[in-house]
Design a protein around this ligand. Structure first.
Ligand code: F6P
Length: 366
C-alpha cells in the first residue's frame, strides 16, 4: 500500500542534528507526494492531544522545515519521560508501576490515518519503534544520541558536536589549570558509555580519562598526577565520564524516577574530592552536562543527519519497515531495529583510541 501520510517523532534527550533529519525526511517525503505530520514531545502529542493548542500533531510543510538544518534542538519537541511502554501508572492501592500502553498508541496512529512513522531517537525510542513495528506498523528508526552508545551504527549524530565542544572546553581549561597549578576534573555526559570522555579526553590531551568500561582505582589517578608534579608539570586535567565508577563501586546516580532512565551525575565531584585528599593539590570540577547537547551541529553531524533523514524515506518507499538507518562508511545501510536495540555499544577495551591514549601516557586509572 502506498504511503499517504507520514509521521515524524523525536524522543529522548535532544541532540544537535535532529532538525537536519526532520528537514531531509520531510523534504524527501513531500517530493514523493506524501503528507507529513510531526508529533510533539515524543509520543505525548499523540497520547495527550488535549495538552496542546494544536492538538499535539501538526502538519510539516516546506514552510515549517525552512532554515532549520543548522539549528540545535528539535522543532517537534522531545521528552525522556514519555515512554508509552513504561508509562507511570497508579494502582488502586496508591502504589505505582510502569504500564505498557503500546497497543493504545497503535490505535491512535490508525485513528489519525498515519501510514508510516520515522522515529528519531536513542535506545528507548528505537525500542518503542520496534514494538510498534511488531504490532504491524510501518516504522523506520533514525539513530540519535550524543552518547554514541547505539549498536549497529558506526556513529550517531550529535556525538561529533558533543565531542568537539568538550574538546574545546578541555583546551580552555589547560591555561587556567597551569596558572593555578591545579588539578581540573571535567565531567562529561555519555551515560553508561565512555565515548565522549575518551574522544574528547584524547583530543584535548587529558592526563587521565575515567570511563565506565574501565573501573578505576583513584590511587592510580593520584599517582599519575603526582608523577606529573614531580616532573615539573604542576597541573593535571582529568576527564570523567558521568558513568565512570571505581573498582568494586557503582555509578553516581543523581535521581531515580519511574518511567525514565536513572539520571547520572556527581562522578566528577567524587573524583575531585579524592584527588585533593590524596595529592594535596587544589582541585576544581567542571560539569559540562547539557552544554554538550546544545548549539548547532558540526558539519559532520549535519551531513549524517541529512543523509539519515533522506535514507529513512527511501527505505519506506522501498517497502522496508522495522529497520534503522545506520552509518557504515562510506554508505548508509539498513539494520533490523531488533538488532540495533539488543545491546549497548560500549567502548571496546582494545580499540585503537584506547591504545593510542595508553601510548600517549594517558592514565585510565587501571
Ligand atoms: O542520552 C543523552 C544524555 O544527554 C546522557 O548523556 C545523559 O545522561 C542524559 O541524556 C541526561 O538526561 P536529562 O536531559 O534528562 O538530564
Amino acid at each position: 500500500m502506498a504511503i499517504k501520510r507520514l509521521a515524524l517523532s523525536t524522543g529522548g534527550g535532544d541532540a544537535p542534528g535532529l532538525n537536519a533529519v526532520i528537514r531531509a525526511a520531510v523534504r524527501a517525503a513531500l517530493n514523493r507526494g506524501w503528507e507529513c505530520v510531526g508529533i510533539r514531545d515524543g509520543f505525548n502529542g499523540l497520547m495527550f492531544p488535549e495538552r496542546y493548542p494544536d492538538g499535539g500533531v501538526f502538519p510539516l510543510t516546506s514552510t515549517t522545515i525552512r532554515g532549520i538544518t543548522h539549528l540545535g534542538g528539535t522543532i517537534l519537541g522531545t521528552t525522556n519521560k514519555g515512554n508509552p511502554m513504561k508509562f507511570p501508572t497508579q494502582r488502586a492501592d496508591g502504589t505505582w508501576y510502569e504500564k505498557n500502553r503500546i497497543e493504545e498508541v497503535v490505535e491512535l496512529f490508525k485513528k489519525r490515518s498515519i501510514d508510516a512513522l520515522i522515529s528519531i531517537g536513542g535506545d528507548g525510542s528505537l525500542t518503542i519503534a520496534n514494538a510498534l513495528f511488531q504490532k504491524g506498523m510501518r516504522v523506520v528508526g533514525v539513530p540519535k544520541t550524543i552518547d554514541n552508545d547505539l549498536d549497529k551504527t558506526v556513529i550517531t549524530f550529535g556525538f561529533d558536536t558533543a565531542v568537539s565542544f568538550a574538546t574545546e572546553c578541555i583546551d580552555r581549561l589547560h591555561s587556567t589549570a597551569e596558572s593555578h597549578q591545579r588539578a581540573m576534573v571535567v565531567e562529561v555526559m555519555g551515560r553508561y558509555a565512555g565515548w565522549i570522555a575518551l574522544n574528547a579526553g584524547v583530543s584535548g590531551t587529558a592526563d587521565a580519562i575515567l570511563i565506565p568500561e574501565i573501573p578505576f582505582d583513584i590511587n592510580k589517578v593520584a599517582e599519575k598526577i603526582k608523577s606529573r608534579d614531580a616532573a615539573g608539570r604542576m597541573f593535571s586535567i582529568v576527564v570523567v565520564a558521568e558513568g565512570a565508577k571505581p573498582k568494586g563501586g557503582t555509578f553516581a546516580v543523581k535521581e531515580k524516577e519511574l518511567g525514565r532512565a536513572d539520571r547520572l551525575g556527581g562522578a566528577g565531584e567524587m573524583v575531585a574530592k579524592d584527588i585533593q585528599a590524596l595529592t594535596g593539590k587544589e582541585t576544581r570540577t567542571v560539569v559540562l552536562g547539557h552544554l554538550l547537547r546544545g548549539g548547532s551541529p558540526t558539519t559532520f553531524d549535519r551531513l549524517i543527519a541529512l543523509r539519515f533523514g533522506a535514507a529513512a524515506v527511501r527505505a519506506l518507499e522501498e517497502g522496508q519497515s522495522g529497520i534503522m538507518v545506520a552509518l557504515d562508511p562510506p554508505t548508509v545501510r539498513y539494520v533490523p531495529l531488533e538488532q540495533a536495540t539488543n545491546r549497548m555499544k560500549a567502548v571496546p577495551l582494545d580499540c585503537d583510541t584506547i591504545l593510542t591514549a595508553r601510548d600517549l601516557g594517558i592514565s585510565f586509572g587501571d
